[in-house]
Design a protein around this ligand. Structure first.
Ligand code: PEP
Length: 252
């Protein structure tokens, strides 16, 4: 945790579920909110489920986010969704630069930076994902890779817009494996240093999330670490009880 920073627990639903299942999952999260006191909550359903999730949250109890947005504001971009459209659909946040998009869709730091700029322009809070591959960690490059992604993916105005950075080691996503606590602390300290150097005003209080196989059984220990200001949760966010248990594990 970072003193004075309210943690954020974000659920990335990825490309899962029917409309009915999305409504039920959102409702399950909303119904269990009393047990969550120490953190803000965010759920990020697929685009076509955003509206039903936002409606089920009463449009405010839990924040809603997209999983991507276009860099362009509008126009002839078949299949894309703009940041303004996400805002119009009830979103306050958008995940950008997830490793699945970097790896599967060829997204570069330059594109992620343009998308984050578009998100800020539309009034959304970008959650920019960074993280090394297993080969990069094994060769001792992890911190340098993440520092370069931070330098390349965050636009000017990122911290004023309350932008969030999520450290997600690629090899920990969906695998059940996590870095050691020491490795998480070291990486988050490096990320904090990079942010403070680039954004002296607000880099010290920018939310830094950890993501990668967070579940109820490991959440309390991870969320207590220095400079870990919440979690980005994939698989465990698809069960309301698990997502709520992770959120309830934030130290009071
Ligand atoms: C993710 O995809 O952002 C993620 C962290 O997934 P999981 O929690 O399933 O590892």
């Amino acid at each position: 945790m970072t003193p004075g920073v309210r943690p954020l627990i974000a659920g990335n639903w990825k490309m899962n579920g029917t409309l009915r299942e999305a409504a039920a999952l959102a409702e399950g999260v909303r119904a269990g909110l009393e047990g969550v006191r120490g953190a803000d909550l965010l759920i990020c359903p697929p685009f076509v489920h955003l509206h039903v999730a936002a409606a089920s949250m009463g449009w405010k109890a839990v924040a809603i986010g997209g999983q991507d947005c276009a860099a362009e504001p509008n126009g002839a971009h078949t299949g894309d969704v703009s940041a303004a459209m996400l805002s119009d659909a009830g979103c306050a946040f958008v995940i950008l630069g997830h490793s699945e998009r970097r790896a599967d869709r060829g997204e570069t730091d330059v594109l992620v930076k343009a998308k984050a700029g578009a998100a800020i322009e539309a009034g959304l809070i970008p959650v920019v994902c960074v993280g090394e591959t297993e080969a990069q960690r094994d060769s001792g490059e992890a911190e340098a890779v993440v520092a370069a992604q931070i330098a390349g993916s965050l636009p000017e105005g990122f911290t004023e817009a309350k932008g969030v950075v999520a450290y997600e080691p690629v090899w920990a996503i969906g695998t059940g494996r996590t870095p050691t606590e020491g490795d998480i602390v070291a990486m988050h300290a490096r990320m904090r240093a990079e942010l403070v150097a680039r954004f002296p005003g607000q880099g010290g209080t920018t939310r830094l999330l950890y993501g990668g196989s967070v579940k109820p059984s490991n959440a309390a220990s991870i969320l207590a670490l220095a400079n870990v200001d919440g979690a980005l949760v994939g698989g465990a966010s698809l069960k309301a009880a698990d997502f709520l248990a992770i959120a309830a594990a934030v130290p009071a």
